[in-house]
Design a protein around this ligand. Structure first.
Ligand code: SAM
Length: 339
């Protein structure tokens, strides 16, 4: 069922497909069936894999039919998870987003493949599809697996947020580095039709903010993040902006072309990098990420000295570079951000 490879020779990077030398795949989005593409690769290359497959719920993709028999879908899930596991480095991490119907199957297949589950994350969102005859679905499961239960990357400082002890109770026992977020993620909105981020040519797009968290925590700059179901290119876009290498596949020629355009635009605009008097582009991106992870709106943080102090300290924790940031620098940058 690989349209790109059998009958569309204009597919980008088709030439690399057979006899794939790994460096040719880095920072590329390739049109093809992920299982076929991965079967040509000998050695593990991915430090982090993020997979958001079709959920078998009848979404309208251009080259994939999303309502197959349950037993075929489960067999296919096992095939692509096996193919991904083969290219995951021994110390690599593997995140899988999946709906209710097949979450249990993903967990069982993960166990069978020898993956170690570290978290079963629930991504809760508003703007779920409305229903009349049952409760509205407002979550997606995200499995966080690793290959080796002891040897993996987990940059906790990159995800820490201020605790209630710090924000509300002024409790001296609070860890000044903040706390790890819960495994129910509530602050990442779905990418709705009206959002600036929305790629109108793809039916379901993950928010970059959610990928930013996963990539910052489970990989390091310069490492390779692979997405077998690239879609609109969210994983690649987030990886690029966080100075990781990306690699992706998608069965649709049009999606691949558009995702490559998204990346090209990003690369062009990031050449005209936004900096301000105090912070470089990497620091500004981290300010934005922390502001979106905070349980309090930015305007309220700016209006309260105690909160700006906590925000500044949390920002230093996240940067983890020994540099001293003043509240004035952070406040100015936050103010510019919300203008
Ligand atoms: C849920 S979407 C991924 C959305 C993506 N996470 C994003 O943020 O845009 C699933 C994607 O898988 C692609 N797909 C379906 N079967 C595939 C296969 N066998 N190999 C590669 N891609 C496939 C579809 O074309 C679709 O774009």
């Amino acid at each position: 069922m690989n349209t790109c490879l059998t009958n569309n020779y204009s597919c980008s990077f088709y030439a690399f497909y057979y006899n794939v030398p790994m460096p040719e795949l880095v920072n590329r989005i390739i049109c093809g069936d992920c299982i076929e593409v991965l079967s040509k690769i000998e050695d593990p290359f991915a430090d982090l894999i993020f997979a958001d497959p079709p959920f078998n719920i009848g979404y309208k993709y251009d080259k994939y039919y999303d309502k197959v028999k349950s037993k075929n879908y489960i067999a296919w899930t096992k095939d692509w998870m096996t193919a991904c596991k083969k290219v995951l480095k021994p110390d690599g991490s593997f995140y899988i987003a999946i709906g209710d119907d097949y979450a249990a199957n993903v967990k069982i297949i993960g166990d069978e493949l020898g993956l170690v589950m570290r978290n079963w994350i629930i991504w809760y969102y508003t703007f779920g599809q409305q229903t009349k005859s049952k409760f509205a679905r407002s979550h997606t499961h995200i499995f966080y697996f690793v290959n080796d239960k002891k040897n993996f990357t987990f940059n906790d400082r990159a995800a820490r947020v201020p605790s209630d002890r710090q924000l509300i109770y002024n409790d001296k026992r609070a860890n000044p580095a903040g706390k790890m977020p819960d495994d129910v993620w509530t602050q990442f909105s779905r990418v709705c039709g009206t959002f600036k981020e929305r790629a109108s040519w793809h039916p379901c797009q993950m928010p970059e903010s959610l990928l930013n968290r996963i990539i910052s925590v489970s990989s390091n700059p310069g490492e390779c993040v692979f997405d077998p179901f690239t879609g609109s290119g969210t994983t690649a876009a987030a990886a690029y902006q966080l100075n990781r290498n990306y690699c992706g596949t998608d069965i649709s020629n049009d999606y691949v072309k558009n995702a490559n355009k998204r990346l090209a635009t990003l690369k062009k605009t990031s050449k005209q990098k936004t900096v301000n008097l105090f912070l470089n582009s990497h620091e500004l991106a981290e300010i934005k990420r922390l502001a979106s992870d905070m349980p309090i709106p930015t305007k309220e943080i700016l209006a309260d000295n105690k909160l700006t102090k906590i925000f500044t300290r949390q920002f230093s924790v996240r940067m983890n570079n020994g540099k001293k940031y003043t509240e004035q620098e952070i406040v100015t940058s936050l103010q510019e951000m919300i203008l």
